[in-house]
Ligand binder design. Structure first.
Ligand code: AMP
Length: 407
């Protein structure tokens, strides 16, 4: 069982550490999209209303501690949490938000202890600490010692066993202190759990997998084969399957070391592959494809498959329309370019048609970007905020380190 933030007792005056996902797209302190900050508001506002002293921690960007000191310093400067704290302050005003530029030591301790009831402290980027990604014990213990309770609300980081996601709650739990999941986590965990604990009414259950790499999604295919009635394959990974079945794929991307695996999965009889493709020559991901773009059933030499074709769109649409539950991860083609968007849009349209009749989940990452870009977000039962986390949750049958530690 998971404790929810609403089940936490006696919050008034208590110091509560909330692991949020404030890893927003930003450059030089200019935030391009503050959705992730807003997504954490239900939990933050609840704790503030209860009179808790709210300490927020998040990672931001990447910091490679193995690089030369000046490189690390530059990465730290580029991933400073201060502008994010300022934005949160604007959003929650008049609630007081302060910022601590340190991740450890007396300054941090003093900043936490200076909080009044209903105030918020944003701590500097957790990845400033080398020990964060290593789930370092001393670091976890120091952070845990600052607070009375812990709330996990960073679903996008729940597949990582880091100090701020797993180390701190394990220590607090061992000390008999309260740990809980926040509102964003509750929504994510509930919706994705439904995709792994399949009920009779959710059948037919259709999974849609696309994107670039088969190897990234290997374990998920195996888990989904055991749970789903059909798996629709699109994107670049379709060509590894086609190659495994002895079909011509031209210069399409293919993972030769996965052919046996693809063949084995295909033998399940549950996998649907494209029957036609939109192909081009000289494809460059950074620019528009050059030369002739055409629809083919057999990919000619020198051509690359970059989207599913119209017959496949129809075939996949028909399958989606029959489904009572959908889990989708990975676009059907290179949706970033207009010439290769139709397959991904067709999947969005088919899912929009079963709105209200089926339970439909988009598993984050690039497919979530596509769903938002094409304006279909509201048509889904759930669009996950964590690409990697949602895939791992399916792969591991509903388990994630950052969730299990709260159980
Ligand atoms: P992933 O991160 O594995 O979900 O892959 C997403 C990326 O795969 C997107 O940037 C797409 O442009 C790309 N992609 C999808 N289909 C293809 C394809 N047929 N050829 C090359 N790239 C593709």
């Amino acid at each position: 069982m998971l404790t929810t933030v609403e089940q936490l007792k006696d919050l008034k005056g208590k110091k509560v550490l909330v692991r949020v996902d404030f890893n927003v797209p930003q450059k030089n302190g200019v935030i391009r999209d503050d959705n992730r900050i807003r997504a954490a508001l239900p939990t933050i506002n609840y704790l503030v209303a209860q009179g808790a002293k709210v300490v927020l921690m998040s990672h931001l960007g990447k910091i490679k501690h193995k690089e030369a000191p000046e490189v690390v310093e530059a990465q730290k400067a580029a991933n400073n949490m201060a502008p994010i704290a300022a934005r949160l302050g604007e959003i929650v005003a008049p609630v007081k938000v302060s910022f601590c530029a340190e991740t450890r030591g007396e300054t941090l301790k003093a900043a936490v202890n200076a909080l009044n009831e209903g105030e918020i402290l944003v701590v500097q980027n957790t990845r400033y600490e080398k020990g964060e990604e290593k789930n370092d014990e001393a670091l976890s213990a120091e952070w845990a010692s600052l607070v009375d309770a812990f709330v996990m609300d960073a679903f996008g980081s729940a597949h990582r066993a880091h100090a701020s996601t797993v180390g701190v709650p394990s220590i607090l739990k061992a000390e008999g202190k309260q740990v809980a999941e926040g509102y964003l986590m509750i929504k994510e965990v509930d919706n994705l759990t439904r995709c792994v604990e399949v009920k009779a009414e959710d059948r037919p259950y259709v999974a849609i997998l696309g994107g670039f790499k088969v190897s990234d999604k290997i374990k998920v295919i195996e888990t989904l084969l055991a749970k789903c009635d059909k798996i629709i394959i699109g994107g670049a990974m379709a060509y590894t399957f086609k190659k495994a079945l002895g079909q011509e794929i031209g210069t399409s991307p293919c993972e030769l070391d996965q052919l046996d695996y693809a063949k084995k999965c295909y033998a399940s009889g549950k996998i649907l592959l494209p029957v036609d493709s939109v192909v081009a020559q000289h494809f460059d991901p950074a620019e528009r494809a050059e030369g002739e773009i055409k629809v083919v059933e057999q990919i000619p030499e020198g051509y690359e498959g970059l989207d599913i074709g119209p017959k496949t769109r129809e075939l996949y649409t028909n399958e989606i329309l029959k489904a009572h539950m959908i889990f989708w991860n990975g676009p059907m083609g290179v949706f970033e370019q207009e010439d290769f968007q139709a397959g991904t849009i067709a999947v969005c349209e088919a899912i929009a048609k079963i709105e209200g009749k089926a339970f439909t989940v988009c598993g984050g990452g690039d497919s979530a970007s596509a769903v938002k870009q094409f304006g279909y977000k509201s048509k889904f039962s759930h669009v996950s905020t964590g690409g990697g986390a949602s895939l791992e949750m399916i792969e591991n049958d509903g388990h994630l380190p950052g969730v299990d530690v709260l159980r």
